[in-house]
Design a protein around this ligand. Structure first.
Ligand SMILES: [Fe+2]
Ligand SMILES: [Fe+2]
Length: 403
């Protein structure tokens, strides 16, 4: 963006505001920062200028953080809403789940705070693309971070995080427990015996997988609205699970480190989440899209999406995940999964290859056949077709282990 990113900090404790001011001193060339001591003053700033990001405390006299963020959500839905709060305010924070995009716990170091706000800034760059802006403007408000995922992330950020506590959070939600148990017991995860306890499931699957599954399941249920057919939801859910699984296997096969394997899995699970958003929020346009694709199958989906929505499901999905503070490699993999670049094998590469193998547009049976909308140079940089056989075998394993 041409102008500086405008960031507003709200806290009733002058000491905290001073600390923030000092801590973020180096950012003043890039950011236009304002510091105010309460909700009412914050809304006054909003009435005077555009605010890109608001970072607020929770417990404040007069208007508290929940009230402030609810007002911002309603009146300025494009502003990114971040809570920076002490752990003792947990109850209030949980109430704020709906109007909040990201949470940070006090004390928070400069690096983390800057990274969180910078990510929002990158997101704004995506937002300034007219097309994504137009789609977002057609949504009522930016969808909030799903609550169970938010609770887990809050726990992850606390000093004494344990898998037991994460297990308790999952177990408290019967619908989510059922979903996790169904998944953990499917042949998908290849466990030797039946698991009946959500706590046990959490221990077995590990934190990253649980985080990815909880977020994916929550997004799916959030968009599970009347205008979406069961077949569409089910089809996309299965496709997402398989892409996540295959992307993780390919990442492991390519000797990526554990974190990159986790990112590959999560990005695979979430790569098409934009399709869900578009289908739920813009059903008429999606019907037109389906019609066009049926009439002219030679036209790629991405090109038709560009024409109809002015943006792609990849951009919309990445926008949402970025807004929720998912790690950059995941957001980037989702953003570029139909337009990959680069030479390194990373989460993006794992997701692209997995998606193409699952869609049948890449196959070891005919490795010379590269889909028209794929970048042949990119694929050869990933050593396709040399790798075709190995990846096809991994693909065959996931196909066998269908849920
Ligand atoms: Fe896609
Ligand atoms: Fe896909």
């Amino acid at each position: 963006m041409d102008r500086k990113l405008s960031v507003l900090f709200v806290d009733d404790e002058p000491r905290i505001l001073q600390g923030l001011r000092r801590m973020l001193h180096t950012m003043r060339q890039q950011w236009d920062m304002a510091f105010v001591s309460g909700g009412r003053q914050a809304l006054e700033v909003f009435s005077q200028k555009a605010v890109d990001v608001v970072v607020t405390d929770m417990r404040m006299p007069g208007m508290n953080g929940v009230e402030l963020l609810s007002a911002v959500q309603e009146r300025y839905p494009k502003t990114v809403r971040i809570v920076l709060s002490g752990h003792s305010d947990k109850e209030l924070i949980l109430k704020a789940v709906s109007p909040t995009h990201q949470y940070l716990s006090k004390p928070c170091d400069a690096e983390q705070l800057i990274a969180t706000i910078t990510r929002s800034c990158n997101l704004n760059a995506l937002l300034t693309k007219d097309c994504v802006q137009r789609i977002v403007a057609r949504m009522d408000a930016l969808p909030s971070l799903p609550s169970l995922y938010a609770q887990i992330m809050d726990e992850v950020q606390s000093a004494d995080v344990s898998m037991q506590k994460i297990g308790h959070i999952v177990a408290r939600d019967p619908a989510m427990s059922a979903k996790i148990l169904q998944l953990v017991n499917s042949s998908f995860f290849g466990l030797p015996r039946r698991i009946a306890d959500p706590q046990h499931a959490v221990n077995l699957l590990g934190l990253e997988t649980i985080k990815a599954l909880v977020l994916t399941a929550e997004i799916f249920s959030a968009f599970d609205s009347r205008n979406l057919s069961d077949a569409f939801i089910e089809g996309l859910w299965q496709h997402s699970l398989r892409t996540g699984d295959l992307a993780a296997r390919i990442a492991k096969n390519e000797s990526l480190d554990k974190m990159a394997q986790d990112h590959s899995q999560m990005a695979g699970l979430l790569h098409d989440v934009g399709k869900l958003v578009l289908a739920a929020r813009l059903p008429d346009d999606c019907a037109a899209l389906a019609k066009r694709l049926a009439a002219r199958p030679d036209q790629g989906r991405i090109a038709v999406e560009q024409e109809i929505f002015g943006a792609t499901h990849a951009e919309v999905g990445a926008y949402l995940l970025g807004l929720w503070g998912l790690p950059d490699p995941i957001v980037e993999a989702v953003l570029h999964h139909h337009s990959p670049t680069g030479r390194d094998f990373d989460a993006l590469a794992a997701v692209c290859v997995a998606d193409m193998l699952i869609n049948g547009s890449l196959s070891a049976d005919d490795p010379a056949q590269v889909p028209a909308d794929a970048d042949a140079d990119y694929l050869s940089g990933l050593r396709w077709p040399e790798k075709a056989q190995a990846w096809q075998e991994l693909y065959a394993q996931t196909a066998e282990e269908k849920i």
